[in-house]
Design a protein. Sequence first.
Length: 388
Amino acid sequence: MSNRPETNKHSCPVYKKCGGCQLQNLSYPEQLEFKQKKVEKLLKRFCPVEKIIGMKTPYHYRNKVQAAFYTDKKGKIISGVYQSGSHHVVGIDSCQTEDVIADKIIVAVRKLLPSFRMTTYNEDTGKGFLRHILVKRGFATNQIMLVLVTGTPVFPSKNNFVKAILKQFPEITTIVQNINPYRTNLVLGDNQKVLYGKGYIEDILCGCKFRISPKSFYQINPVQTEVLYGKAIEFADLKGNETVLDTYCGIGTIGIIAAKNGAGNVIGAELNGDAVRDAIVNARANNLKNIRFYKADAGEFMREVADEDEKPDVVFMDPPRAGSDQKFLDSLIKMSPKTVVYVSCNPETLARDLAYLTQNSPYKVHKIQPVDMFPHTAHIECVCEIFK
Ligand code: SAH
């Protein structure tokens, strides 16, 4: 293909070792074609698939960057990503999918570690201090959060460390220490201390302001998120005053944008308590009174709403990769909203859920819109418009 040179120019030196960008051997137009075909293969039995919306500049799109740490036998500290499917750290200083400033902050922290006698956590022995770093940046606000994930709570040099990193990056707006003493694959632990700033950042999406805490889910590609949410709102076809459910709502983004776009009454449900707290604050920050959020399993929440004979007009659903479940879908059918908008980050579980829904109810899928949220990786996001 004609765009081969582009591929070579951007190909990454740790492409094979890292494994994060599974499609890097393809040019960007070829990647989009690959994803389009995959979605069609899985979903065209429900309805024709719209053309995937790609990014104009598909680089450095990630607003959240995570790094793992490791000290080699010679005592050299390495930071980077886990080799896919393993716990071996591949050293990287920059990545073409990650935010440039976030990558620079991670390298700077790594270089500061020895002078503060900060050790790195060893997964085999469970000993050592620094496990991970997480950087989140609001692309619209330029607020930056640095999270230091440590294996133990005692951080003797914390004040001087904070001063030293802020001297290099005065644009960092908050620094948080998250303590994760567990032998676990999860990056973040339960306890955290704010070392500097407010403990959260804010960002703006589709004209609405959002607060993001260290542990809350927030879409990692804000440019494409606006495209995705724009489609979700278009599919909801709000005329004004509808009752809308935002399920698997995270920090309330879709529901809040729906409320700003005419929904009369919005009810959100989300399992993660930190995200629900953010969602409640976000509703207030956007001057919305007609919106409530509940900390609940989405399936349980749907069952309760259906049992109460509530009749929402529109249901947004945006489950994690595992997709939704039968409890949720049965309640959805019982509730019988006019429109269902399904946002999915996994076309396989989407296909399973759409099959269940269409086989067990008169609902039909009318539009399937893939949006490329994760260039160079094999991940695919879709939004579907469903009604009877
Ligand atoms: N709609 C949001 C979040 C989507 S990610 C956005 O666009 O930002 C999926 C969300 O589902 C995450 O916030 C996750 O915490 C939540 N979640 C996972 N399992 C859940 C369940 N069983 N019930 C409710 N929420 C769940």
